[in-house]
Design a protein around this ligand. Structure first.
Ligand code: ATP
Length: 460
């Protein structure tokens, strides 16, 4: 098995319809990507798996789908207007802009130094860059401006007049939609603390650093789950959500050696403690999710800024309090990228050919089954079968090229089952069904197919 590289992934994604560069015919727009026909199925399945685990199978979690544009006071209350920024510096020579922490991280990695950039102040970062003569990655000179904070939120104007009164922000995280609806959900779902609110939706950040494909983009989807609990129970739930996150990834097929927890040294203004789960991407370790103990910071701030009570009244003890929040936040696009890298395999076949195969968990595979007629005369029977199967599963139909080529095409997009219709099928209504990973084939009656495939594509 040869190693997966980012180039191989990007090429496969582009050629097979997973992911294309955004606005490609206009030369693209940096750090934007479009999901194609295969990619949209795949990402939807990743989101479904997450929702199933964290909403459907949770006793006490409820979903919302909040507006992307929120009252700008929300972002004042959350602290984003004043402090959601990255340390940026400009190269005075070639005028390109860079994140100071990223320049240091790359330098430290290259020279194998034991330096924790997260723990550095801005002055320390600037000094480190000057002392080590870290160079601009574009022009190779070391002549930077001082570090300034650059707010990551995209601004736009509401209505026809462009003035400060009309500014609205594209949300930089989905979390605030859950917080502002805390009491709405609690009341309408008749929920008792502890309970959770989950949301999957777009978030926007004006990121300037190179993205590593879909790892860092300016528009991305977050899957966020906020668990509201009583002060004092928070640390136990924090541990529980760390473990639940890890279990979810293991169940999706990641082995233990490619994932790790990383505790935050420098905490966000709202956090009591925080950690990431990182995956070993082809370019190195990278965060796929954060778990944060946000205390009662967000609800308290919304109470203060909106003037509306965010207190929960415990119906048993009659106690009134603002709950603590444990947040589990994962990027759908980052998790999808990690799953793609994890699934990618190259295998040498007996005949010396190489097959590229995406060994996804069947639940997240874009298509569950492909129907392949062996000869032209069998197309009609195969089409009937396809029409029957696509009532149950996302299903592909392919009659073009040799059967070997057709198997390869399905392997490359991770289709777990290929069903071949042959002349025997006309006589006895049986077909062969081929397993993507073992390439073994068995013969089944068409009436058994739906049941057989359904059982094998479940995610529990
Ligand atoms: P990073 O340190 O990589 O910038 P973060 O710590 O700012 O990420 P969070 O604010 O905790 O990220 O967001 C939760 C999740 O959202 C991240 O774990 C990641 O999966 C995803 N995410 C954040 N920023 C981006 C981005 N620019 N592009 C794609 N996904 C992102």
């Amino acid at each position: 098995m040869s190693e997966v590289t980012m180039d191989k992934l990007v090429n496969l994604c582009k050629n097979r319809g997973f992911i294309y560069p955004g606005s490609e015919i206009y030369g693209g727009l940096a750090n934007t990507w479009d999901y194609g026909p295969i990619g949209v199925e795949f990402k939807n399945n990743v989101k479904r798996a997450w929702w199933k685990r964290f909403v459907q199978e949770s006793d006490n979690s409820f979903g919302v789908d909040a507006a992307i544009l929120m009252n700008p006071r929300v972002w004042e209350a959350s602290g984003h207007v004043s402090s959601f920024s990255d340390p940026k510096m400009d190269c005075k020579e070639c005028k390109t802009r860079h994140r100071a922490d990223n320049l240091i991280e790359d330098y430290v990695k290259k020279h194998k130094l034991d330096v924790d950039v997260d723990a550095m102040s801005q002055d320390e970062m600037y000094k480190f860059i000057c002392d080590n003569q870290i160079k601009c990655p574009v022009c190779g000179k070391c002549n930077f401006t001082e570090i300034r904070n650059f707010n990551l939120m995209f601004k736009t104007n509401r209505g026809v007049v462009e003035d400060a009164e009309n500014i609205v922000y594209l949300r930089p995280e989905t979390a605030q939609g859950e917080f502002v609806n805390f009491l709405n959900v609690q009341r309408t779902a008749r929920a008792k603390v502890p309970f959770g609110i989950a949301q999957i939706g777009k978030a926007f950040r004006n990121e300037i650093t190179p993205g590593n494909f879909t790892f860092r983009t300016i528009e991305f989807e977050q899957m966020e789950h906020q668990w509201f609990c009583k002060d004092g129970t928070d640390m136990a739930y924090y541990e529980e959500y760390k473990n639940k996150a890890m279990q979810f990834y293991n169940d999706l097929g990641f082995s233990k050696d490619v994932l790790r927890f990383k505790d935050h040294e420098k905490l966000a203004h709202y956090a009591k403690c925080a950690c990431d789960v990182e995956y070993l991407f082809p370019f190195g370790w990278g965060e796929i999710n954060g778990v944060h103990n946000r205390t009662n910071y967000d609800l308290s701030r919304h109470q203060e800024y909106s003037g509306k009570s965010m207190m929960y009244l415990d119906p048993v003890t009659n106690e009134k309090y603002i709950p603590y929040v444990i947040e589990y936040s994962v990027g759908a696009d980052r998790l999808a990228l990690a799953l793609l890298a994890n699934a990618y395999h190259e295998e040498t076949l007996d005949n010396g050919e190489t097959r590229v195969v995406l060994k996804f968990h069947p639940f997240i595979a874009p298509y569950k089954v492909a129907v392949l007629p062996l000869q032209k005369q069998l197309n009609e029977k195969a089409k009937q079968l396809y029409k029957m199967l696509n009532k149950h599963f996302m299903c592909s139909y392919d009659e073009a090229g040799s059967i070997g080529k057709r198997y390869r095409r399905q392997d490359e997009i991770g289709t777990p089952f290929c069903v071949t219709v042959d002349f025997e099928s006309l006589d006895d209504n049986t077909v062969t069904i081929r397993d993507r990973d073992t390439m073994e084939q068995i013969r089944l009656n068409i009436d058994e197919l739906v049941d057989y495939i359904s059982k094998r594509v479940q995610f529990n």
